[in-house]
Design a protein around this ligand. Structure first.
Ligand SMILES: [Zn+2]
Length: 336
């Protein structure tokens, strides 16, 4: 008799969107998913209600067979987490403090719940089902609103003394440089995150630099836009837009300095880069990689594979689901 398949629910609770998905644990593939904007401005109760609503929607849409097992729920939330208690301690981007998400979901769904950090679960997803397969020691770095990374050591997440290991976005890459959201100056994410790229482009346009982004006919930027979508950045570069090309090249070089420093310090088996802007913008990825190779010491600079993440939007939910299931004793088979 064939063994029934095992599944878990993964939830990616981000500042912009919340995504819930039922994951087939043998392959990491998505059986069904549901997503909506998080709307952090509506408050903590709204965020937890919306999370429950999306979890329900994903489970219903999955239509799992009767003999299938939904083992657990795993959550990755964009903030500081008390992993043992399942509490989101502080998450400014979610408008949430001390939210006992583990308990809330456990009560509602009667399943074991594991709560982790969003970058940690995404790194785990890539480790088990994506570009990290076959590597025991690597760094997975995501470029988005900010820059975060997960450190995998001997196949497990390394979280550090205070749980903040992998905060690569706050490595200083320019002494006394731009002020960062963390209060320090010259941090990597103040130069190379999508937010930083957007700010730099908009500031130049505001000062009169021409760009096709200002061209209404191309349906580019609207008044008051604070985020430039990755696809629009890629399109502007394809059209040889001088401003966007210049800003992205500059950001990519800073990203490369950061990556080169990571290679020198940790000498990982591999570096995985993820995030929508990395996926969409070849110039950013390729320039960062070649800069990293010149910054790193020659042996690691030459030999370290630097690859893109494989699971796209789903690395977080796949990793969260697997972490949840592993807590119950399920062993993810990483060999097939
Ligand atoms: Zn910082």
């Amino acid at each position: 008799m064939p063994k029934s398949k095992s599944y878990a629910l993964g939830i990616d609770l981000g500042g912009t969107k919340t995504l819930a998905a039922v994951i087939d644990l043998s392959s990491g593939s998505v059986v069904a998913s549901a997503r909506k904007r998080t709307r952090a401005e509506r408050g903590q109760d709204f965020v937890s209600q919306r999370t429950i609503e999306l979890a329900n929607a994903a489970i219903t849409a999955a239509k799992l067979p009767d003999d299938a097992e939904l083992l657990a729920i795993g959550v990755g939330a964009a903030g500081q987490i008390d992993r043992a208690a399942g509490v989101v301690l502080d998450a400014p981007n979610l408008g949430v403090r001390n939210m006992a998400l583990g308990e809330i979901l456990n009560k509602r769904f009667n399943l074991p719940v594991v709560v982790g950090n969003d970058v940690e679960v995404a790194a785990m997803g890539e480790s088990l089902y994506g570009s990290g397969r076959g590597y025991n020691n690597f760094v997975c770095l995501f470029v988005g609103t900010g820059i975060g990374s997960g450190i995998v050591q001997n196949g497990r997440m390394y979280t550090g003394l205070t749980g903040t290991a992998g905060e690569a976005g706050h490595m200083t890459i320019q002494a006394g440089g731009r002020i960062c959201g963390c209060g320090s100056r010259g941090c990597l994410e103040a130069y190379a995150s999508r937010t930083a790229i957007t700010k730099a482009i908009l500031a130049e346009m505001h000062h009169g630099r021409p760009s096709i982004l200002a061209d209404d006919a191309l349906g580019q930027l609207k008044e008051g836009d604070t985020i430039i979508r990755s696809g629009i950045i890629a399109n502007a570069i394809d059209h040889k837009d001088e401003l966007v090309t210049e800003i992205v090249t500059e950001a990519a070089n800073y990203l490369g300095y950061g990556l080169g420093s990571i290679m020198n310090f940790y000498n990982p088996d591999c570096i995985i880069l993820g995030g929508g802007v990395i996926e969409a913008v070849d110039l950013l990825f390729e320039t960062a990689v070649s800069r990293a190779r010149t910054v790193a010491l020659s042996a690691s600079g030459k030999q370290t594979p630097i690859v893109r993440a494989k699971l796209g939007d789903f690395s977080g939910v796949a990793g969260a689901a697997a972490l949840g299931a592993m807590r119950t004793g399920y062993a993810v088979d990483t060999k097939n």
